[in-house]
Write a protein that binds this ligand. Structure first.
Ligand code: UD1
Length: 384
């Protein structure tokens, strides 16, 4: 069997790492049913800190093919990926294309594959935010509609797919593949020293002296969704809250996404962030560094999907800077660690103070057990 798997942007890398390892394990255990695996990187994310660094630190094999799509509008990224990936499909003639998550690569490669009658398997199928203003929701809906094998991370995702009429025989509940990566890397992350993480990743080394003290409470922030960072009327008040109310109370660590940085600069807000004494701006950081900070943070503020899930398993109180989530299993009402606070500062403030009263409460949704990738490979082999 020949499989092409696809990565494009940062959140894909921690999903493909365990999948690639599980294929190697399968090939060692069952050489009669060898899987030939070709890894394609669309090149949507290209900075060392957004891409290459993860291949090294997570032990992902180098991509066999890089389509070098780079930045652009959604149509540009999707269109160019389809054109380039179609050539790969014609040359390689895979039995399956495996896509993960919900980024533009996920959509583009699913469509290109199905148009050439190549079977598609979607890992992390069935997540739904119900928010059609979110580019990822469109990517999820189209990918799932086209997929032949839909591997779901939780029971709610399976219900979503059945409600949309996806035939039962296409749906398999495998658990959350991101948690395979978390479990495989938590010991290594625990050994990192906080001071080293800060020192090696400071965006403005000249600013942070003397070094900030992370022995007590500290908050961790990530923000990159267009709904939070692309409008000054939204980003401005959030930044005021962070610099005026969070940072004066505890160190606030912000590994800043290129999109958020670019928007702060465009809106004339960058100087304000830089001037805030207790706000520590970092470059985008590596997987282990983020995991280490998350293990110890008193509170997470984020609009990332993956971090909501990691906070759930680590028990870090999490304010999700969104009005909806495709990952309801991470919410407090489902036993998780996260609350939806949107981008309204009054709401963020109220939940910030409530969350600080909460102790860590690690949760483990069903099949978030570190063994998901092996189940994905088994279902693919069984589907032949
Ligand atoms: C993409 C994904 C999003 C995911 C996020 C994680 C889609 C639709 N969105 O959003 O689901 O949560 O990645 O990071 O696929 N840039 C760099 N260096 C890079 C990559 C990007 O500087 O290596 C800058 C570019 O200026 C670009 C901007 O970041 O314009 C945004 O990048 P883009 O690939 O358009 O989407 P993300 O916002 O990263």
């Amino acid at each position: 069997m020949k499989i092409i798997s696809v990565v494009g942007a940062r959140p894909n890398f921690m999903k493909i790492a365990p999948f690639a390892k599980a294929i190697s394990a399968h090939n060692s255990a069952d050489p009669d049913r060898l899987i030939e695996h070709i890894l394609v990187h669309t090149g949507q994310h290209y900075d060392v800190r957004m891409s290459e660094g993860f291949f090294h630190s997570l032990g992902i094999p180098d991509p066999d093919i890089n389509l070098e799509i780079g930045s652009g509008s959604h149509a540009e990224q999707v269109g160019q990926t389809m054109i380039a990936f179609e050539k790969v499909l014609i040359q390689e003639k895979p039995d399956w294309v495996v896509v993960v998550g919900d980024v533009n690569a996920t959509l583009a490669c699913s469509v290109a594959a199905k148009k050439l009658c190549v079977k598609v398997c979607h890992i992390e199928a069935g997540l739904r935010s119900g928010d059609m203003t979110m580019p990822e929701e469109i990517n999820r809906l189209v990918t799932d509609r086209l997929s032949d094998l839909l591997l779901t991370p939780d029971a709610i995702s399976g219900h979503n797919l059945r409600a949309e009429g996806v035939p039962e025989e296409k749906i398999r509940f495998v658990g959350n593949i991101m948690i395979d990566t978390l479990e495989a890397n938590r010991d290594k992350a625990a050994q990192l020293l906080m001071e080293d993480i800060l020192r090696e990743n400071l965006l403005l080394p000249e600013k942070e002296s003397p070094a900030v003290d992370l022995s007590g409470d500290f908050a961790l922030l990530t923000m990159h969704r267009p709904s939070n960072v692309d409008q000054k009327e939204v980003l401005g008040p959030i930044l005021n809250f962070l610099t005026g109310e969070v940072a004066p109370r505890m160190p606030l660590i912000w590994p800043i996404h290129p999109r958020a940085r670019k928007m702060l600069e465009n809106f004339g807000l960058w100087e304000k962030a830089v001037a805030c004494a207790n706000l520590v701006l970092l470059h985008p950081i590596g997987y282990h560094e983020m995991l280490r900070l998350n293990m110890q943070a008193s509170i997470m503020l984020t609009d990332s999907g993956g971090l909501q899930e990691e906070c759930c398993v680590l028990g870090t109180p999490c304010l999700t800077l969104r009005w909806n989530t495709e990952r309801p299993v991470t919410l407090k009402e489902h036993g998780g660690a996260s609350v939806l606070v949107g981008n309204n500062v009054d709401r963020i403030r109220e939940e910030f103070h409530t969350a600080l009263q909460n102790d860590r409460a690690p949760q483990r949704p069903e099949l978030w057990d570190g063994l998901t990738a092996a189940r994905c490979v088994s279902w693919l082999v069984d589907s032949e």
